[in-house]
Design a protein around this ligand. Structure first.
Ligand code: SAM
Length: 394
């Protein structure tokens, strides 16, 4: 064998062992990725989210609770005060301005692939006169949807929250039409925290949309409006969000503890640091006299309370429940005056909205403003499992 032949043979055998090694590595990584896939460990896509109408950040808390692998790229809200609260809790101030002024070029710059939207609900409520798309407050939402076909980088996922009544509006009709034309498949839900173990009635409409070729974990519900949460418990990572038919009692959401008083009554005033802070939550007698029959009164052991609206604390009728701080043995025979009624505190309302306990208002936000901002917000207990389902791959 000449020296040249020897070099050639050596090179060939090195090349062969290199190829064998390479084949082994490739096979190995294929096996690893298959095992990871089987175990649900495949490297997940990081979603780039835009949060429109961000308010005090209910969507962001829900995305965190859902464990969505996502980065919140930007939030948008016109309300200065809501943005103060958002910034206080997340360390990021949302884009302050009218969503209506955003252009396709503005949005493309964020390179976002998922949009979360909770547009104003007044156009679809009785108090808001139900003017639907003719209401100026609906126009920013329609405009942002109309931009989708003009985008270089349209979102692949969209999530919309609104009041019950939205689903029969012409805005809804236009939304579905635009989504269909932009190759989205949708699944819609009307759900309340009561269906997730929270003693709080706040039914809301939700639209979940995925752009083809993405599809839902349970595609058999495409194009349907569902009133039950069952599909949400089917997806892979649903373990930490459990199905809960039995609601917890309201006392589990109260800021101040109960103490047993005389004659088997429970007086719930302890825990307030001083008389003043208790007094600001007590319902004045003149309001009880005038509106008593229209009030929704609940007790610490109740397993349901009414939706808190943004007018809670300003008006008593139809704006949210009031809490009896004296729990009599015979409820029917006790006068409303004797029940020592009080408003739920903002912390209690935020707990019923399933916000995390770290959530807080900056000091300069007044009591009325706190209720108003909370009343506009959403239930994390409902939105988190919806987002988890939406972002799950089949
Ligand atoms: C239903 S609330 C959404 C609340 C939010 N999901 C939360 O968790 O607090 C609607 C929000 O949209 C904001 N908004 C209404 N019209 C807007 C517009 N044209 N541009 C920007 N923000 C707007 C309001 O200030 C309000 O905070």
């Amino acid at each position: 064998m000449t020296q040249q032949d020897f070099r050639f043979e050596k090179g060939l055998s090195e090349y062969k062992s290199f190829k064998a090694l390479n084949k082994q590595i490739t096979e190995h990584s294929l096996i690893i990725s298959l095992v990871m896939e089987e175990k649900g460990l495949r490297e997940e896509q990081t979603w780039r989210l835009l949060e429109f109408y961000s308010g005090i950040g209910g969507m962001r808390y829900s995305a965190i609770k859902a464990g969505v692998n996502a980065k919140m790229v930007e939030a948008f809200d016109i309300n200065d005060l809501a943005n103060d609260v958002y910034e206080h809790n997340f360390g990021h101030r949302p884009f302050q301005g009218n969503i209506q002024t955003l252009t396709a070029a503005d949005l493309d710059r964020y390179k976002a692939n998922a949009w979360l939207l909770s547009p104003p609900c007044q156009p679809y409520t009785r108090q808001g006169l139900q003017k639907q798309s003719a209401d100026a407050r609906a126009s920013s939402f329609l405009q942002i949807l109309e931009i989708i076909p003009q985008l270089m980088l349209p979102p692949s996922i969209l999530f919309v929250e609104n009041v019950v009544g939205f689903e029969t509006s012409d805005t809804h009709q236009k939304m579905i039409q635009i989504l269909k034309e932009s190759q989205f498949v949708t699944q819609e839900f009307i759900l309340s925290p009561l269906q997730f173990g929270v003693p709080y009635s706040r039914p809301r409409y939700f639209c979940l949309a995925k752009r083809k070729p993405l599809s839902f974990y349970k595609p058999e519900f495409n194009g349907q409006l569902l009133y039950v949460p069952e599909p949400l418990f089917s997806c892979k990572k649903s373990t930490s969000i459990s199905k809960n038919d039995e609601c917890l009692p309201i006392e589990r959401f109260l800021e101040f503890g109960n103490s047993k008083g005389e004659n088997g009554t429970f007086f719930q005033a302890n825990g307030f640091s001083d008389e003043d802070s208790l007094n600001q939550y007590l319902v004045p007698s003149n309001l009880i006299e005038r509106w008593g029959s229209a009030m929704d009164i609940v007790y610490p052991d109740s397993k349901r309370c009414c939706c808190f609206t943004k007018s809670y604390y300003r008006y008593v009728k139809g704006t949210g429940s009031l809490l009896a701080t004296i729990m009599p043995i015979t409820r029917d025979k006790t006068s409303l005056e004797e029940l020592c009624l009080r408003y739920f505190t903002p912390r209690e309302v935020s707990s019923l909205h399933s916000f995390p306990k770290e959530f807080e208002f900056p000091e300069h936000v007044t009591l009325r403003q706190r209720y108003a901002l909370l009343g506009n917000s959403l239930s994390v207990a409902v939105v988190a499992p919806l987002l988890r389902y939406l972002f799950s791959e089949p």
